[in-house]
Write a protein that binds this ligand. Sequence first.
Ligand SMILES: [Fe+2]
Ligand SMILES: [Zn+2]
Length: 359
Amino acid sequence: DNCRCAQCVNQDTLQRNFDTFAIPKDISPTEISAKAEGVDILWSDSHRSHYTWSWLRSNVQSTQPKELLNQESLWGAAISSAPPEVDFENVMSSGSSTGMAELTSKIRQYGFCFVVNSPKTPEDTEKLLESIGPIRNTHYGGFYDFIPDLALADTAYTNLALPAHTDTTYFTEPAGLQAFHLLSHTPPTNKPASEVLGGQSLLVDGFYAAETLRRESPEDFEILRSVKLPWHASGNQGVAIAPDMAYPVIEVSGDKLHRIRWNNDDRGVVPLDVDVDAWYEAARKWNAILKRKDHEYWFQLEPGRVLIFDNWRVLHGRSAFEGLRRICGAYISRDDFVSRWKLTNFPREDVIASNMQLR
Ligand SMILES: [Fe+2]
Ligand SMILES: [Zn+2]
């Protein structure tokens, strides 16, 4: 089933090229010979296989899985003194992938990164985002370029303050990356531009907040991890979206934090068959941690400074603002982003080996 020979594996797509179930059930090796480059096996149906040592090393279960190193740095308000940044030119340079490698690995490490010195146009922003991965279409559209308009029936399209949240909590697979590029902010006609317009942006590292909760109140962490809730998007006529099943606020994989899902406005009813009081108590604690000054990173979006963040980890929000803001941006699916990160930071062979070892 795992023969690597050119007849058995399509060498372009690395897909299996034969019918597994046509192999005789009682097949066995007739001859096994170790060579310098790997192992040759002659099978009882007279098929001959060759497995390289490196393939065997990375695919045989008893070996340690090769982990693609992802440095994860949790952060709080202090990140404002040196937020992760890369230069637009480096990311888009056609000759080398080092800029893209740096951008994607910073997003993996911090959950966000600014792309600085970006051309202040929607077209260049869209090109930048598409270079990471295909833009994800939703009922709001694909790449967007908007000024506030309540026709879209979501508070994101108003000028109200928005507390820290993740987007698309109502999808089975919430948006992976999200990007914002503020193209312009014009003051209201009755006010001089020199006056503060508001509209500060907020990021909160959801993993840092979750670790704070786990440390200070493990029972509350456990409640937000285990109680599964309904989520929904119901504001648009003709759209009634909900995930395939209920999901908790905090998802983990083993001990490791996996995903944060938090938009209190899109949350459904806390199921009545759980300890509802305990859930609200835990959520109250979580909400208070998200609003701690030392967990909040406030900054001003600026034309030329594209913000890209991991919507599975980092929550975003903003303060109320006056005047008209023109913002463009998009969502990119998680798998596409992670693929770009892997392939720009690690040899392709290691990436494929590590993909085969996901458990
Ligand atoms: Fe949002
Ligand atoms: Zn073969």
